[in-house]
Design a protein around this ligand. Structure first.
Ligand SMILES: [Zn+2]
Ligand SMILES: [Zn+2]
Length: 155
């Protein structure tokens, strides 16, 4: 017998299952301090970005708010599960990994964060990792326009 509805198929059945009644308990599966490593490229070494992210991560109901946001904002029918569906911790971690960056940018927009002009190297920028002044003066939560070799990124 399966606890899952059609749609999402967990690759394993374990005691660690989550849905919208207990998303906040995901912090036992994935401590919030590790989540920053799911940001894109070098953003997890940008001190300014981490200062923006930390207050969200420190909220005891971080996962619940994150999942509610992503479910409310998603318009991709391929996102494979519904709020009430029981999904294992590993699949939830993959989901957080996949959605964190987009969620964070959209959450900042909603919270009226004043974005600085974009750094042309975007999240790949090396200077953001060791120059806090640079990290503060330009926005790095954006796609690179120039790659690290100085060529324009084709889209
Ligand atoms: Zn699973
Ligand atoms: Zn930069």
């Amino acid at each position: 017998m399966s606890v899952y509805r059609s749609g999402h198929k967990c690759h394993k059945v374990t005691a660690w299952l989550y849905n919208d009644t207990c998303w906040s308990n995901l912090s036992e599966h994935l401590p919030a301090r590790h989540i920053r490593d799911f940001l894109r490229s070098r953003l997890n070494h940008n001190g300014f970005v981490l200062r923006l992210l930390n207050p969200y991560l420190k909220a005891p109901d971080f996962y619940h708010r994150f999942m509610e946001d992503v479910c409310a904002w998603q318009n991709d029918p391929a996102i494979s599960w519904h709020k009430g569906e029981w999904v294992c911790g590993d699949c939830n971690v993959q989901f957080v990994k996949q959605e964190l960056y987009s969620w964070f940018v959209r959450r900042l927009v909603q919270d009226r964060h004043k974005f600085k002009p974009n750094c042309p190297y975007g999240y790949d920028c090396v200077r953001q990792t060791h120059r806090i002044g640079h990290a503060e003066q330009l926005n790095h939560l954006c796609d690179p326009e120039i790659n690290l070799y100085g060529s324009r990124v084709k889209r």
